[in-house]
Design a protein around this ligand. Structure first.
Ligand code: SAH
Length: 346
């Protein structure tokens, strides 16, 4: 790749229009090129058949299109598809297509590696190498939309930011990608079908509320007791539960959107009655529901999924307190595509 050339998709439509005007062309040419880049997903300037050869060459001389490349695609016995996605600088991230009877969900990455250090997550071991650009996030979604049409005969219906990385540590680019995904010039998807999942960065949760975003929020809680949460998610020492709680109350007051808490129950870590009671208390601060996720082992055996009695206890106590709870089974485990398993094993 020529490092002097700029990634053309980093330009807004206005900037592209300005560029063409400065080149002595019509600003309208900017709209045409923009449409090729975003609506039609052009991978090369030569794809742009209604643009003159000279103009295409001029674009070639000035810009690159840093498209992602799906390097390896694995299909699980349960239908889940995992893409290993190669970026222009040869780094790899993973994204997952999760089909159910009625929907297709894309699980996308927001960073290469992750800056957080959750003890139970395989991605945490990669460290954060860099943030993804908006177009690299958008491309993952487009790739999965294509696969959904190809294999399941229907377009993508939902997106979750639950792949590699902490989306709120790459907030601006995630927001730009979502803008593109939801705009009629991109995929035209409803923001209500998008979930951003965070380990809980209080300042950024408040910023999202101030920005009046329309997508949904999920928080990886895993424990409502500071001591326990810090032992499994060390950054909780910096952002303790009280500050998270305050940010979530702020979020709800501004957006009126209820929050989903993601929660894994591990043996000997958070499988006691006191753990459930703390969760019940935490859920009372803002309207919320709890998603109990199955644990996907990541090799070293330090963590173990709690016994089913513990999970039943969680379910009963939460329901008795009128808190909605769902128990989510893992998908794609055989190809390391399940929650917390994305670690570029290939
Ligand atoms: N950084 C974001 C999004 C990525 S993780 C976040 O923390 O929310 C997506 C979800 O998978 C999170 O709820 C995370 O806690 C959970 N997870 C991580 N490792 C897991 C594992 N080994 N088994 C099950 N869930 C896991």
């Amino acid at each position: 790749m020529d490092i002097k050339k700029k990634d053309i998709r980093a330009l807004t439509k206005e900037q592209l229009r300005d560029f063409f005007e400065k080149e002595g062309d019509k600003a309208f040419r900017g709209n045409q090129v923009y449409e090729w880049l975003w609506n039609k997903g052009a991978h090369t300037f030569d794809d742009m058949t209604n643009i003159s050869k000279e103009t295409r060459q001029m674009l070639e001389d000035n810009f690159v299109i840093n498209h992602i490349k799906v390097d390896v695609m694995q299909r699980s016995s349960d239908g889940t598809v995992k893409n290993a996605v190669r970026l222009h600088d040869d780094l790899i991230v993973e994204s997952v297509l999760i089909p159910t009877k009625t929907r297709t969900t894309a699980c996308v990455s927001s960073q290469v590696g992750c800056s957080l250090d959750c003890k139970f997550c395989a991605t945490a071991r990669l460290k954060r190498m860099r943030n993804l650009n908006p177009d690299e996030i958008y491309d993952q979604v487009v790739a999965i939309d294509r696969e959904s049409r190809l294999y399941f005969d229907r377009p993508l219906s939902n997106i979750v930011f639950m792949g590699m990385g902490e989306p709120l540590m790459n907030y601006n680019n995630v927001l730009k990608a979502i803008d593109k995904i939801t705009s009629p010039e991109g995929l035209g998807m409803s923001p209500k079908r998008i979930v951003v999942s965070t380990s809980g960065v209080p300042k950024m949760i408040k910023k999202m509320a101030d920005d009046n975003v329309k997508f949904k929020l999920a928080v990886s809680l895993h424990s409502a007791i500071d001591e326990v949460r810090t032992s499994i998610m060390p950054f909780n020492a910096t952002f303790p539960l009280a500050s998270l709680r305050e940010a979530l109350v702020y979020w709800y007051e501004k957006t009126k959107n209820r929050i989903t808490y993601e929660y894994v129950v591990w043996e000997g870590i958070n499988d006691k009655r006191k753990d459930v009671d703390a969760l019940v208390q935490f859920c009372k601060f803002a309207p919320s529901k709890v998603n109990l996720i199955e644990y996907n082992p990541i090799d070293d055996g330090q963590f173990q999924q709690a016994k089913s009695e513990a999970i039943d206890m969680y379910q009963q106590v939460l329901e008795a307190n009128n808190i909605t709870v769902t128990v989510r089974r893992s998908r794609g485990k055989d190809i390391d595509a399940a929650c917390g398993q994305l670690a570029n094993k290939g």
